[in-house]
Design a protein around this ligand. Sequence first.
Ligand code: ATP
Length: 461
Amino acid sequence: MSAQQDNMDAIISLAKRRGFIFQGSEIYGGLAGTWDYGPLGVMLKNNITNAWWRLFVDERTDMYGIDAAILMNPRAWVASGHVAGFSDPLVEDLKTKKRYRADHLLEEKGVDVKGMKVADMDAAIKEHKLLSPEGNPLGEVRQFNMMLQTQLGAIADASAITYLRPETAGGMFVNYKNVIDAFHPKLPFGLAQMGKAFRNEIAPRDFIFRVRELEQMEVEYFVEPTDWERAFEEWRKKMWEFIEAIGLPRGMVHELEVAKEDLAHYSKRTIDFEFDFPFGRKELYGLAYRTDFDLSAHARESGVDLSYFDEETKKRFVPHVIEPSLGIGRSLLAVLSSAYSEDDMGGEKRIVLRLKPSVAPIRCAVSPLLKNKPELVAKAKEVFALLKKEFGRVMYDDNGNIGKRYRRQDEIGTPHCIVIDFDSLGENPELLDTVTVRDRDTGEQERVHINELTAYLHARD
Ligand code: ATP
C-alpha cells in the first residue's frame, strides 16, 4: 500500500478515534456513502462554513443569504435539466450485476476520458478488453440518473414523486424573484446558500470525498450579460481568499480550465479547483458561468417572468449567472489531509494536525499542572471560564500527565495549551497570575499574564 494511502487510513482512524467523523449508522454495519460528524467534526465544519459565510456574504453588501427547502416541486428539476441529464455513465458486471462508473474504470486503465460520450466509452471498454474489478465481462455503458427519488403524501403514484435536491443551486433560482420583490437589489447581486444535497453516487469512496448525502456552499451571482467576465474573475479571487482563510496550502490547489467538450449542459466556462488529496488530484470546488440558462429555463417551465428591469437604462433582460460551488465535506477533507503530520518532539513520536487557529476545533486547552491540588484546580477553572467566555471552543483537560495532554491536543490540532502551575499561585512572587502557554508547532512555552491571555491568543488567531 502506498504511503499516501497509509496517510489516508491514518486520517480516517484519527477522525474516528478522536470524534471528528464516524461511519454512518455504524452499529448496523454502516450505510455506504454516509458519514456522521462527531463533536470535533461539527466544530471544524462550523469554523469552515462560518469563514465562507463571512467572506462570501457578511463582508459584502451585494449578497443575500437564503435557506430553501430540500424538497422542491419536481418541475424545478425538469427545468434545470437534472431529470433528463443529471447522470453518470455506468457499466454492469454481467455476472455479479454490480454497476461501475465506466469513466472511472477507463481512467484506472490510464485512458483519458475527457470529452468522451457514452458511445466512446463503450468503444474504449471493448477496445481495451476491460473486465470488471472482479474479472468478469462488462455490459454496455448506459446513463444512470443520480437524483434520489422520494414520494410525498399518501398516494403512491407518479404525481407523488419528487427528488431530494442534488445541489443547493435550484433553491436559489426559484427564490430569485422573491428576493428582488422584497429587497429591490440592483445588479450585480447574489444569493448564497449552504446545506445538504443528495446524489445517488454509484461508487461512493475515498472517505468523505464522494458521498451520497453531501453539503454544499453555493452562490448564484446575477450580472448583466456583458459583465460576466469581470464577475467571474472577482469570484475566482474570492475562492482563493477562502482557500487561504481555511489554511489550505496554495501549492496544493490547482485551477483546471474545463475543456469546451467537457462543460456541463448549462455552462459556457468552468474552472475546477483541484486539490492534491492523498488519493490523487481531484475536484475540490467549481466556478461556473451558467449564462441565463437557469433563469430562462425556470421562467419557461413555471410561466413566471424572471427578467430584470434596469430602472436607469429602462431595459428588461434576463441576468446571467456566475456560480462558485464549494463542497463542505471536501473542504474538511482537504483541511484534515493537508494538516495531518507525524513528527518527533522531544524525542517522542507524535501525530499533529497543523490546523490554522481559526479553523481548529479547539482554540486552546486549559489544565492544572496536577489535578489533586485544589488551589491549582480552582485557578485553572477560573482561567478556563475566562477563555471559554471569549472563545467558546476551549477544552478543560486534566487527564493523565502534562506530556500526555499535549500529545492528545496536538492530535486534534489545538494550537495552544495553557497550564496553571505553582508559580501561577505565587510560589515565585514575580510570576503570580502568569500561566504557561505552549505552542503546538514548536513545543515552546511562554509565560503570559492571565490579564493578557485573550489578547495573546487573538494575536495568534
Ligand atoms: P465530481 O466530478 O467530483 O462528481 P461534480 O463536478 O459533479 O463533482 P458539482 O456538481 O460541480 O460536482 O458540485 C459542486 C461541488 O460539490 C463539488 O466541487 C464538490 O465540492 C461537491 N460535491 C459534488 N458531489 C459530491 C459528492 N458526491 N460528495 C461530496 N462532495 C461533492
